[in-house]
Design a protein around this ligand. Structure first.
Ligand code: 9L3
Ligand code: MG
Length: 132
């Protein structure tokens, strides 16, 4: 699994794109870094690019990995990479909603338990990128 830490540019500079999960029930309503499964023959970066086209309808430039990985299950490991939108406006094709959040809002959401548990370990690194 690979998730994208999509940082804004222009109007959304200093913000991070979060997506609200619609399923499964255990995490529906919580917010995540968008992304999905790496398919056979894909690199993590290729998979993230494809997932962000499918889920958000945008072209992205995928960058470096964030630190660490999250073991989701015996066969699923989640990693995250930085990304930025190079073409298109994000639309929620696979999520309930999308929002751009600044550092203050990200802290509030993390403290309020509004993020998917799998992604919370990345909050300090995300905050560092939002508060430069
Ligand atoms: N997951 C956790 N954090 C994320 C993403 C993209 C995914 N940022 C977990 C939630 C699901 C599983 O990975 O249990 C599958 O995700 P998807 O393929 O439904 O996006
Ligand atoms: Mg997904």
């Amino acid at each position: 699994m690979v998730a994208g830490a999509v940082l804004g540019v222009g109007d959304t500079a200093g913000k991070l794109l979060l997506a609200q999960r619609d399923r499964p029930a255990a995490v529906a309503g919580l917010w995540e870094l968008p992304g999905g499964k790496v398919e056979a023959g894909e690199t993590d970066a290729q998979a993230l690019h494809r997932e962000l086209v499918e889920e958000l309808g945008v072209q992205t430039e995928v960058g470096e990995p964030l630190t660490g990985q999250v073991i989701l299950s015996a066969e699923l490991v989640l990693v995250a990479r930085w990304a930025r939108i190079v073409d298109g406006e994000p639309v929620a094709h696979d999520h309930r909603a999308l929002r751009w959040v600044d550092a203050t809002e990200l802290v509030r959401m993390a403290d309020a338990g509004e993020l998917v548990p799998a992604d919370t370990g990345w909050v300090p690194e995300l905050l560092a990128a939002l508060t430069v």
